[in-house]
Write a protein that binds this ligand. Structure first.
Ligand code: PEP
Ligand code: MG
Length: 592
C-alpha cells in the first residue's frame, strides 16, 4: 500500500467500492490476533491457570456442538459432520498435555502456553506436503482461535449489530452476511484489507449507500480504534487525521454531490429513453426486502434482480415457504405492475464463505453453489419455488435461475418448477399460469449455447460479475488481480453481443444485471450492444437514467461496432468513457 504524508495527515489507498465521503472514528473489527502476553506466575496460581484452560475447552466444545446442531438443522448431517474434526482437535491429548506441562513447569499463563503450543503444531502440520494434514492444520487453527478467544474473553471483535456510536469500520474482511445487517445510522463507512468491486460485500455497500473502500491490503495494521479518519469512497482513500484544508475540500465535494443528486431527481420519473428515441428498461437490483420502497423512489422500473440469498443468511435454519412467500409477496405488491425478477437461491461463492454453515470448498466459485446446490437440495428448492409461484398472483413476478451452465440443468430446473406447480394446482392454490422464467447468463458455456437455452426460457439476464471472472479466470474477490478484471475485455464484449443476438433471434428479451450495468462509463457500450434492460444498484438508477436521456443510440451502436472489432480493453473503455463525458459532463464534476 502506498501511504503518503501531507501536512501531518496520512493517506491510505485502496479500491473504491461504494461512492460517498464520510468522516468519523475508526472501529477496528475482528482484529487480527496479536501475540498474547506471557505472564510469569507464582506457584499458587498454576492450578488456577489449568482450571482456566479446562473451562475454555468446555466452553469451546459447547460452542462447536451448537454450531454443529445448527448446521445439521439447516443443511443436514453430512455437512454437520465436518465439525467432528474440530471436536477431535479438542480432545487431542498430545497438545493438551504439552500445554499443561508448560503451564506447570514454566509457570506461565494458560493463553500464552496454549498459543505457543498450537502455533508450533500448526506450523509443523502445514509444512508437510500432504493434503490431509494441511486440512487438519486448518481445523487446528480454527479450534485454537476459539479456545484463545474463550481464554482471553473475546468474541473476535465487537458485535456490529449493537453499535452505540457512529463509526467507520476498518476490518480485514467483512462477510456479505455481516454487511447486509449493518446499521446505517451507526456505520458511516467501512474499509477492508481484502476484497474487490464486485464482491457481494461491495455490492451491498452500494445498495445500502454506505461509502466503502476495499483491497487496502494491511490498513488494519496501520490504524487503531478511536483514531479520526476521512473515508473517500469515490477515489478509494482513507485519510488519517485530515487537516482543516482537506476537510474543507471534501466539504465542497459533498456539496457538489448534493446538488448533482438534486439535479438527477428531475429525471427520476421520466422514461430511460435516448435523444433519438430508443427506450430501455432501467430496473434495480435488490438485496433486502426492506429496501423495496427505495426502488420506486429512485425511479427504477421494477426489480431486474432480487438476490434472495439474503433472506437465507444470518439465521439458523432455511426460511419456511410461508415466510418466503410473505417476503416475495411484499415486494411484488409494493411494485405492481412493475416486474420483479426473483432469482432462486444463489448460495455459495462468497456468500456464506466466511461462515461455518456450508462445507469449505477448495474452489467455491466453481463449486457447489446456486442452481447446482438447489437441484441437489430439493427440499430447500421446493420451499422457494412454491413460495415464488404463490407470489406470482400478487404482482408481476418473474423467476430466474442463477449459474446455468448447460441445457440439462435448465431442463431439470424447469421440470422441478412444473412439479411444484402441479402440487400447488392439486392444492387449489392460485398461481400465474403465464409466469415468465429466465436464466442468468454468467458462465461462458451458457453464452455459447444461448441459442439452445433461449428455446426454454422467456428472458436472459447477463450476470457480468461472474461472466467476467469465469471468462478471464480472474477471481472477482481477489484484490491482487483486480487490474485483470476487465469488463471491456474484447472477449466480454463479444460474449455480450453473442448473448444479445441469440436472445433476439429467438424473440426473447435480454437484460444485464452485473455491476457493469451501473458503471456509467460503460452504459453506451451496453446500449449499443443491444441489451434491452439494465438493472443497477438503487442509488445508481438516477445517474444512469440521466445519462441514457443524453445519449444517442446511433452513437452507442457505432461505439459497439468499434468495440466488437477492437482488440484492446483500454481503447474500448476510453472510447465509451469519452462518449459519456461529452454527453453528460456534469456526472464527472465530482471528487477532488
Ligand atoms: C452476476 O454474476 O453478475 C450477478 C448479477 O450475480 P451475483 O453478483 O449475485 O453473483
Ligand atoms: Mg452471479
Amino acid at each position: 500500500m502506498q501511504a503518503s504524508s501531507r501536512l501531518g495527515e496520512r493517506v491510505f489507498h485502496g479500491i473504491p467500492a461504494s461512492a460517498g465521503v464520510c468522516r468519523g472514528k475508526v472501529l477496528l473489527f475482528g482484529q487480527r490476533r496479536e501475540k498474547v502476553l506471557r505472564c510469569e506466575l507464582v506457584e499458587e496460581d498454576v492450578p488456577k491457570q489449568i482450571e482456566r484452560l479446562e473451562q475454555a475447552l468446555i466452553q469451546t466444545r459447547r460452542q462447536i456442538l451448537e454450531v454443529q446442531r445448527r448446521v445439521n438443522e439447516a443443511m443436514g448431517a453430512q455437512e454437520a459432520g465436518i465439525f467432528e474434526a474440530h471436536l477431535l482437535v479438542l480432545e487431542d491429548q498430545t497438545i493438551l498435555d504439552e500445554v499443561t506441562r508448560r503451564i506447570t513447569q514454566e509457570k506461565i499463563n494458560a493463553e500464552f502456553a496454549f498459543q505457543e503450543v498450537a502455533d508450533k503444531y500448526f506450523a509443523t502440520l502445514s509444512a508437510i506436503d500432504d493434503e490431509y494434514l494441511r486440512e487438519r492444520a486448518k481445523d487446528l487453527r480454527d479450534v485454537a482461535g476459539r479456545i484463545l478467544n474463550n481464554l482471553v474473553g473475546q468474541q473476535g471483535g465487537s458485535d456490529l449489530r449493537n453499535l452505540t456510536q457512529p463509526c467507520i469500520i476498518v476490518s480485514d474482511d467483512l462477510t456479505p452476511s455481516t454487511t447486509a445487517f449493518l446499521d446505517r445510522n451507526m456505520v458511516l463507512g467501512f474499509a477492508t484489507d481484502v476484497g474487490s468491486k464486485t464482491s457481494h460485500t461491495a455490492i451491498l455497500a452500494r445498495s445500502l449507500h454506505i461509502p466503502a473502500v476495499v483491497g487496502m491490503q494491511d490498513v488494519t495494521r496501520q490504524l487503531q480504534t478511536g483514531q479520526y479518519i476521512l473515508l473517500d469512497g469515490f477515489n478509494g482513500l482513507l485519510i488519517l487525521n485530515p487537516t482543516e484544508q482537506t476537510l474543507f475540500e471534501y466539504g465542497q465535494v459533498v456539496r457538489k454531490q448534493v446538488s448533482l443528486a438534486e439535479r438527477l431527481q428531475e429525471v427520476k420519473d421520466l422514461p430511460a429513453i435516448t435523444l433519438d428515441g430508443h427506450q430501455v428498461i432501467l430496473s434495480a437490483n435488490l438485496e433486502r426486502v426492506e429496501d423495496t420502497a427505495e426502488v420506486k423512489a429512485g425511479g427504477a422500473e421494477g426489480v431486474g434482480l432480487y438476490r434472495t440469498e439474503f433472506l437465507f443468511i444470518n439465521r439458523d435454519s432455511v426460511p419456511e415457504e410461508e415466510e418466503q412467500y410473505q417476503a416475495y409477496r411484499a415486494i411484488a405488491t409494493a411494485l405492481k405492475p412493475q416486474p420483479v425478477v426473483i432469482r432462486t437461491l444463489d448460495i455459495g461463492g462468497d456468500k456464506f464463505m466466511s461462515h461455518l454453515q456450508i462445507p469449505k470448498e477448495i474452489n467455491p466459485s466453481l463449486g457447489w453453489r446456486a442452481i447446482r446446490f438447489c437441484l441437489h437440495e430439493r427440499a430447500v428448492f421446493r420451499r422457494q419455488v412454491r413460495a415464488i409461484l404463490r407470489a406470482s398472483v400478487e404482482g408481476n413476478v418473474k423467476m430466474m435461475f442463477p449459474l446455468i451452465s448447460g441445457l440439462e440443468e435448465l431442463r431439470q430446473a424447469n421440470a422441478f418448477v412444473e412439479e411444484c406447480a402441479a402440487e400447488l394446482r392439486a392444492e387449489n392454490v392460485p398461481m400465474n399460469p403465464d409466469l415468465e422464467t429466465g436464466v442468468m447468463i454468467e458462465v461462458p458455456s451458457a453464452v455459447l449455447i444461448a441459442e439452445n437455452l433461449a428455446k426454454y426460457v422467456d428472458f436472459f439476464s447477463i450476470g457480468t460479475n461472474d461472466l467476467i471472472q469465469y471468462t478471464l479466470a480472474v477471481d472477482r474477490l481477489n484484490e491482487k488481480i483486480a487490474h485483470l478484471y476487465e469488463p471491456t475485455h474484447p472477449a466480454i464484449v463479444r460474449l455480450i453481443k453473442l448473448t444479445v443476438d441469440a436472445a433476439h433471434r429467438n424473440s426473447i428479451w435480454v437484460g444485464l444485471c452485473g455491476e457493469m450495468a451501473g458503471d456509467i462509463t460503460l452504459v453506451p457500450l451496453l446500449l449499443g450492444l443491444g441489451v434491452d434492460e439494465l438493472s443497477v444498484a438503487v442509488p445508481l438508477v438516477p445517474q444512469v437514467k440521466y445519462l441514457i436521456r443524453r445519449l444517442k443510440i446511433s452513437d452507442a451502436r457505432s461505439l459497439a461496432q468499434f468495440a466488437i472489432n477492437c482488440d484492446s480493453a483500454t481503447e474500448i473503455q476510453a472510447k465509451s468513457e469519452a462518449l459519456v463525458r461529452s454527453a453528460a459532463p456534469r456526472l464527472f464534476e465530482e471528487p477532488v
